[in-house]
Design a protein around this ligand. Structure first.
Ligand code: ARG
Length: 480
């Protein structure tokens, strides 16, 4: 079934079509997302081959033109990975060979598909991580704004879900903002590890050619070269797991936020309400306005964690070197990224649109919330804490829950306290400063990366994770 030379490793032998289908699996579909990154990495590789004398000036110019043509085809959604091509790398090499003949056949000098796929994945992942870190910062910022707007809105603090102490909507919302700022650290760590040039590792043992790895690193805007060529290969999968784990931490934070909102938007509680446009209906019960979006944020956190577990399970027991098993991590990886980004995006929509019912929140601040504050009044009068604790306990038993503790004045006094850690002091400025630093870091990373890629490949190289038109939409040929 394969035309002569369609498979890169074709040497004239026969491959059973069932084995071919099985080994290719879903790779062509996943590779469509990586094509653009692959073409850009190939430009840097070609420049380097020119610099070390493998490509003559004319050959390099021809290859560059052909690669630019490939980029345009990819952006237009027209680049095809044929049924007889194993993957995107094969399709790209064949495209180049058809366009420029022998120069095309030289592009694979000094590399292997193993470092080629890692390079494409890293470029794709780098942009995704920048976008994700920025989106997480936006969401954290929306939560801080929400916290600031409701810094004085009373809300029952709970432990074991039972009423515990007086608190505010601001404290609740800012807790999630600070969690996301911490989670963003994990994204930054994954970014640093990802931001190294793998090319030159070839199949894991280098190329028998003095390739200039630093030149390629600079051209692609990587912070440096990943030194050990065998480690380049063994870090495939490990790095993906780390990225998905970081995304999974963010999704975990969002799942807890979603879970709280599922409770607090219950009609019986009614602290918050989702606007109609963010809810979905039931096919049978006309009255329903369901918070499906929150439920799916909760589910997708588990899904993303699950993809990290799949990637770890596939890779943890592999011997050193490349193994085809690694191909099987591509799907879980790319799917996890898509789902994690989706969760951040919908929560970013939901948070600023949450309606707050201050009356219901105040009603939820039942008198027993004041028990600890009452005990500390006695402490302030000199009573040892344990005695005060027992006395308030006894008062509560006598008078029924909350008897002597009632009064909005007591609640207001409790919420007005403003020493560090008190309800009246959320210290949002500290979180805002951290967010500014986070945003600055993302923007400086982004401008370094974009600057390099645009210098290398032109303005179209500024974005490489946006999927072309052929990747979606009904009835569009999918290039398979
Ligand atoms: N599609 C393959 C992957 O994702 C590309 C590398 C193939 N390398 C090989 N030695 N068969 O792993």
């Amino acid at each position: 079934m394969s035309r002569e030379g369609a498979r890169l490793w074709d040497k004239g032998g026969h491959l059973d079509p069932t084995v071919e289908r099985f080994t290719v699996g879903e790779d062509r579909r996943h590779d469509r997302k990586l094509l653009k990154a692959d073409a850009i990495a190939s430009l840097a590789h070609a420049d380097m081959l020119g610099a070390i004398g493998i490509l003559a000036t004319g050959e390099l110019a021809a290859l560059r033109d052909a690669l630019q043509e490939a980029l345009a085809e990819i952006d237009a959604g027209r680049f095809r990975i044929g049924d007889d091509e194993e993957d995107g790398h094969s399709a790209l090499e064949r495209f180049l060979t058809r366009r420029v003949g022998d120069a095309g056949k030289k592009i694979h000098t000094g590399r292997s598909r193993n470092d080629q796929v890692i390079a494409a994945l890293r470029l794709y992942t780098r942009e995704w991580l920048l976008d994700f870190r920025a989106a997480v910062a936006d969401l954290a910022s929306a939560l801080l704004d929400f916290a600031g707007a409701h810094a004085r809105t009373p809300m029952a603090g709970r432990t074991h879900m039972q009423p515990a102490m007086p608190s505010t909507v601001g404290l609740w919302a800012a807790a999630f903002a600070e969690a996301l700022i911490d989670d963003a650290d994990l994204i930054a760590c994954a970014y640093r590890r990802n931001d190294r040039n793998p090319l030159g590792a070839a199949a894991g043992y280098g190329a028998p050619l003095p390739v200039d790895r630093a030149m390629v690193a600079a051209a692609l805007g990587f912070a440096g070269v990943q030194n050990n060529v065998l480690y380049v290969n063994t870090s495939r999968g490990a790095l993906e797991a780390q990225v998905v784990e970081a995304a999974g931490r963010v999704c975990g934070t969002l799942a807890r936020l979603a879970q709280d909102l599922l409770l607090f938007t219950l009609p019986e509680i009614g602290y918050f309400r989702l606007p109609e446009e963010l809810t979905t209906g039931s096919s049978i019960m006309p009255q329903k306005r369901n918070p499906d979006l929150l439920e799916l944020v909760r589910a997708k956190a588990a899904f993303v964690d699950g993809q990290a577990a799949i990637i770890r399970s596939i890779t943890h027991h592999l011997p050193s070197g490349y193994h085809r098993d690694l191909q099987q991590t591509k799907g879980p990886f790319l799917t996890a990224l898509e789902e994690a980004a989706g969760s951040v995006m919908v929560m970013r929509l939901a948070v600023p649109r949450l309606a707050v019912d201050a009356g219901r929140l105040r009603d939820g601040c039942t008198p027993e919330l004041m028990a600890t504050d009452r005990a500390y009044e006695l402490v302030a009068q000199g009573m040892p804490f344990r005695d005060a604790y027992r006395q308030v306990g006894a008062e509560l038993r006598e008078a029924g829950r909350g008897g002597r503790l009632h009064g909005q004045a007591a609640l207001a006094a409790a919420l007005a306290k403003d020493y560090p850690g008190a309800p009246g002091n959320l210290a949002l400025d500290g979180a805002r400063r951290e967010l500014r630093e986070l945003r600055d870091a993302v923007e400086s990373d982004r401008s370094a990366v974009t600057g390099a890629l645009v210098r290398l490949a032109g303005p179209a190289a500024a974005r490489l994770t946006d999927t072309g038109p052929a990747a979606s939409g009904p009835g569009v040929p999918d290039g398979r």
